[in-house]
Each structure stands twice: as structure tokens, then as C-alpha cells.
Ligand binder design. Structure first.
Ligand code: PEP
Length: 252
């Protein structure tokens, strides 16, 4: 059985007080409601430890939004996998399209980040997805396949049991435009065949693949009901308590 997951990517939003309040509220809701989905929140790194101490990990897990591709040393501003591990963080988003675009992260850099996470037994939520012009040129399958194969070395098969993939079409992130459930299902099923061909049937069947891109309280249920969609990576709507808990409730 694959894990159902709803992960909130808070990006560079919320003051410390607001972040603690939201984390607390989500934790209380999950504690009081039976949920099928594992719930994860990814606050800004300066809040990680405080939020980790605020929530109960049996209800809400805390993830980093990124990790360094280097192990340690003179990398000002970076946070290593070892440092995340040392404060008990066991999940990290990697390869988000905003980092690919604004920090020029290449597949090669992302491959190194994944290696760092695997070395510390931290679960990556590895983001892939095509840009609008790539979708319009019918290149989305090829783009996503290349992103996966470039970043995941087949020799890491033993680590891949920890992997979570998030398919996030760039044209749907923060735009209010969502991939239709059929479009999302089509590419999620395709990602599973890419995983099967490269890393074997077991990895393909057991890897949770999340959809991300303008998921909201209204569209979540239909998206999550697709057979190859195991939950969502949620940006904007994860900052609004009412919307986020409805999205969690929709993930069955
Ligand atoms: C994201 O940034 O991962 C994301 C899916 O954002 P949004 O839900 O706001 O489109």
C-alpha cells in the first residue's frame, strides 16, 4: 500500500507567530479527525525546529523546503542533510520548480541533493514537471522522464523505497490553473512506467506520487481520486487553515 500524503509547502510566507499558530491549528485538527493521509508541513528553515517542537509527529510531520547539495563546509546560507537530521527533520522537498528557475538548479545539482538526503535517510519529496511551452509542444512526457532519470541513479534502488515524487506542472503552480484530473492521472501513470522500467516494479508500485499545482478545497477530491495520484503538494491553499484541512480530508 502506498502512503497517501498531503504536504503543505509554505514557501517564504508567514511570520514566526503566524507559522506557529497555523502549525498548531493543523496539528489539533489532525489529532481530532481521523485522516487517511499523512500530513506534512514545510515552513521556512528558520522555523523548522520550533515547529517541530510544536507539533506531534504522529499527526503532523515537518519537512525542509530544500537541502544543500554539499555535505558540509563553506557554503554560506546552505543547510545540510546532516544538519536537518540533527534536529530530527526526516523529509525534504527537492527540485521544486521555483528553485530550478530562480536558483538555476540543474538536474545534476538535484541528483546531488537527493544523494545527500538518502545518505541521511531523509525522505525526499522530489519535484518534477514541465513548463507551459513544453506542454504545448507535447514534450511533457519526455521532460518529466529526463528529470527523473537524470536525478535518480539506478544504483540507488535500495534508497528509492523512501522516495516520494511530486508531479507539478510549472504552468499550474500558483496560477489558479490546475491540470485536469485526467491530464494529471495520465502523467502520473506514465511516471510509474518510467519508475518501473528504470528501477523495477516494486519501486513503481510503492512510490507515492503527489500532484501539485493549484490544488484547492474544491478540486482536491476529484484529483486525489485518480488511481495513480497519492495525494498532493499544496502551496497557496496550505497557508489557509480551512482550505488545507479540507484538502487533507479529501485525501482518502
Ligand atoms: C507548489 O509550489 O508546490 C504548489 C503546488 O503551489 P500552488 O499550490 O500554490 O500552486
Amino acid at each position: 500500500m502506498r502512503d497517501k500524503i498531503v504536504a503543505g509547502n509554505w514557501k517564504m510566507n508567514l511570520t514566526f507567530e503566524q507559522a506557529l499558530q497555523l502549525a498548531n491549528d493543523v496539528n489539533t485538527w489532525v489529532a481530532e479527525n481521523k485522516t487517511d493521509a499523512k500530513v506534512i508541513i514545510a515552513p521556512s528553515s528558520i522555523y523548522l525546529q520550533a515547529i517541530q517542537e510544536t507539533v506531534d509527529e504522529q499527526f503532523v510531520q515537518v519537512a525542509s523546503q530544500d537541502v544543500s547539495n554539499a555535505e558540509k563546509g563553506a557554503y554560506t546560507g546552505d543547510i545540510s542533510a546532516e544538519q536537518l537530521d540533527s534536529i530530527g527533520i526526516n523529509t525534504a522537498i527537492v527540485g521544486h520548480s521555483e528553485r530550478r528557475e530562480y536558483q538555476q538548479e540543474t538536474d545534476e545539482v538535484i541528483a546531488k541533493k537527493l544523494e545527500q538526503l538518502f545518505a541521511k535517510d531523509i525522505t525526499p519529496i522530489f519535484c518534477v514537471g514541465e513548463k507551459l511551452e513544453e506542454r504545448e509542444a507535447d514534450k511533457h512526457f519526455e521532460v518529466v522522464k529526463t528529470q527523473i532519470l537524470n536525478a535518480l541513479n539506478p544504483q540507488q534502488v535500495e534508497n528509492l523505497s523512501k522516495l516520494v515524487i511530486a508531479y507539478e506542472p510549472v504552468w499550474a503552480i500558483g496560477t489558479g490553473v490546475t491540470a485536469s484530473p485526467a491530464q494529471a492521472q495520465e502523467i502520473h501513470a506514465y511516471i510509474r512506467t518510467v519508475l518501473k522500467d528504470a528501477y523495477g516494479e516494486k519501486i513503481a508500485e510503492e512510490t507515492s506520487i503527489l500532484y501539485g499545482g493549484s490544488v484547492n478545497a474544491q478540486n482536491a477530491k476529484e484529483i486525489f481520486s485518480q488511481p495513480d495520484i497519492d495525494g498532493g503538494l499544496v502551496g497557496g491553499a496550505s497557508l489557509k487553515y480551512d482550505d488545507f484541512v479540507q484538502i487533507i480530508a479529501a485525501c482518502k
